[in-house]
Design a binder for this molecule. Sequence first.
Ligand code: NAD
Length: 364
Amino acid sequence: MVKYKIAVVPGDCVGPEVTAEGVKVLKATAEKYGFEVSLTEYMAGGAAIDAYGDPLPEETIDGCRSSDAILFGSVGGPKWDDLPWENVHGAITPSRGIQRLRQIFQLFANIRPAYLFPELVDNTPLRPEVVAGTDLIVVREQCGGLYFGEPRGIIGMGEERKGINTLSYTVPEVRRVAHVAFKLARRRRRKVTSVDKHNVMESSILWRQVVKEVAKEYPDVELNHLYADACAMKIIENPRQFDVILAGNIFGDILSDLSSVLAGSIGMMPSASIGEGTFGLYEPIHGSAPDIAGKGIANPVGSIMSVAMMLDCSFGRKEAAESIKSAIKSVLSGGYRTADLYKPGTKKVSTSEFGDLVAAEILK
Ligand code: NAD
């Protein structure tokens, strides 16, 4: 029987609560589809700072390196918000744990689907007729661009201080993430929208040139280009027009968060971070939600759907992945909702009850 080795990194606050449900559903799916999973837990984020003085201890890096995929929760919380500035600058904040993981394994493509389950059409701030049928994916480059460009820093003194960040992209950096977007589009509705600020930035001129070159290898996929600001407007105006949105680090960051409102709750949104091979890191897009931690009310769908993405992207088990999505749909159709989605007339369930329902649906 095939066995997948998975590093489970639950993190802080609601991280462990939602990850437990992802693991529960993963085990049920393995039972149903006849494969084995070997799961080992590792620390990252605030908990790891407390235990090791490091948000990403060597043990975690080694454990991840010897695994087929990582299931990540979320990191951070008020306890670690007031670290001395030299620590923040010297990168021992909780979020450096996840950033370093992405860097170490060169997980350059962050894939964030914004899919609205029809059952939740009244849960978004947009009118149902606008948002119904939303099914788009943002592919964000996440190992380069503005967040990593050099030079960076704050130079000078007093009123003369200057904060500097650099937005640069190389041809290979754009090319590799563009291939991810086009391959993904081929499995969907064959449309890529590449996002840039071609009108004002040289890095965007290069971005557009390279994306156009890559597009020639995918003649069956339609490519169009939008400025990042126009794209933000159009996502809200008519999200159904989008299939795969390809963007650099900062534009992708903003547009994927914007798209998250289309799914009804930030708790619904999964993500995958992948590189050249099949190895990937899977996590809900939300943070550690300290305001609701420990109450058993977090929505675990982001983590559960991240497991579905793992099965599909890292292990090529599309059918098992689809069964998770169908199980969530059935549970929502049954009227079950976590607190973030609850409305009178629906049935409020806890984080673990929702996970139980999804796991039971898979095993039916
Ligand atoms: P957040 O995503 O944690 O929370 C934003 C809002 O969404 C909160 O009201 C929260 O209750 C709600 N929410 C989040 N997840 C939910 C879920 N599963 N179900 C129901 N509601 C949910 O963002 P924040 O408040 O800006 O950040 C909190 C902490 O998380 C900070 O320390 C931040 O640095 C960290 N963070 C970590 C990651 C990560 O680990 N990848 C990402 C973003 C933020």
